[in-house]
Design a protein around this ligand. Structure first.
Ligand SMILES: [Zn+2]
Length: 134
């Protein structure tokens, strides 16, 4: 069976990737369009599209692998911080529809800007909580 999913093809070895780590359930490889030096993607070997269809057991495996990669990046590349990033859905700027976690090394004065933040009005804070928890 041929798969159009680029990450499934990396898992199957049909598309080359610079693999960093692999176990029974997860694979980590260098992002070819890195935010910075040492940016790694961690994926499940099985195809899941996003956070909404990923079993929590798989997520536990993925987070454990992301932690291993973070430790490797800190130890071997000298990163002083890590961002774990994930996008589920087009509006979150997910570009490959095979679940993945970005492990992004951070270095002093690396110029990677954080997202803008805003502030709730007190009543809006409670409204959002009510909507979220219904
Ligand atoms: Zn896939």
């Amino acid at each position: 069976m041929s798969s159009p999913c680029i990450f499934c093809q990396i898992v199957n070895g049909k598309i080359p990737a610079e693999k960093i780590y692999e176990d029974n359930n997860t694979l980590a490889f260098l992002d070819i369009n890195p935010l910075c030096r040492g940016h790694v993607l961690v994926i499940p070997k099985k195809h899941y599209e996003n956070i909404f269809d990923l079993p929590s057991k798989e997520l536990i495996n993925l987070i454990a692998t992301a932690q291993k990669i973070a430790q490797m990046i800190k130890k071997n590349l000298g990163a002083t911080g890590i961002n774990l990033l994930h996008a589920s859905g087009k509006d979150a700027q997910q570009s490959v529809f095979h679940f993945h976690i970005h492990v992004v090394p951070r270095y002093p004065n690396d110029g990677l800007n954080t997202w803008p933040s805003s502030r709730y009005q007190e009543k809006d804070l409670r409204k959002v909580k009510k909507a979220l928890c219904q």
